[in-house]
Design a binder for this molecule. Structure first.
Ligand SMILES: [Zn+2]
Length: 192
């Protein structure tokens, strides 16, 4: 059933300078069959989320022996409802998770955010840098959306698809948001 071979997937975990990673993330990656040597914990720039994400993509594109690149925030917590990402139906497929904007982040079928996402390598290579960036009002006093919006728009302009599946737990900046709402959606109709 799997479309992605985890052994041919590079993993870049974007961590703060303290390099802390949730145990759930590391265990889920290993349980999924990702070889340990494919997993990189990247010390992201904690003063600049855009630079952190862009440097992760830049580094991963240097790896030419894989078919897919997976990126994950170090504070994300995948579980059984995350396994479906290995069937990634899109060029860029992410897991639903809580963002700082709340559930409105997932209003669209092609909604895409970077908590944990996987890219088809050939598709990612068509995207031009910078991959992520804020969009501002004229005075740069307010931001629109999030850093993923420009990525989703560039992908669409190239005819590449973004979308989301499943769910992973995520508490942005340590907040406790109602992630169970997404879980309920995922498990609707499934016996547990
Ligand atoms: Zn986003």
């Amino acid at each position: 059933m799997r479309k992605i071979d985890p052994s041919k997937t590079s993993v870049c975990i974007i961590a703060n300078p303290d390099l802390r990673v949730t145990p759930e993330l590391l265990l889920w990656l290993l349980d999924s069959g990702v070889p340990r040597n494919n997993i990189l914990v990247h010390r992201g720039n904690d003063r600049d989320q855009v630079a952190a994400y862009n440097s992760a993509v830049e580094m991963s594109l240097k790896l030419t022996s894989v078919t897919h690149h997976l990126f994950a925030d170090a504070d994300i917590r995948p579980y059984e409802a995350s396994d479906c990402i290995w069937e990634a139906p899109h060029d860029f497929t992410c897991l639903k998770c809580d963002t700082e904007v709340g559930l409105a982040s997932w209003n669209h079928k092609d909604s895409f955010h970077t908590g944990l996402w996987v890219a088809r390598s050939a598709a990612l290579r068509q995207m031009k840098a910078p991959w992520f960036g804020w969009t501002y009002n004229a005075a740069h006093s307010q931001i629109h959306g999030c850093v993923c919006e420009s990525f989703r728009e560039s992908a669409a302009s190239l005819g590449l698809t973004t979308g989301n599946v499943g769910h992973a737990h995520h508490y942005p900046r340590g907040s406790k948001l109602p992630d169970s709402i997404c879980v309920k959606t995922w498990y609707a109709g499934k016996a547990r």
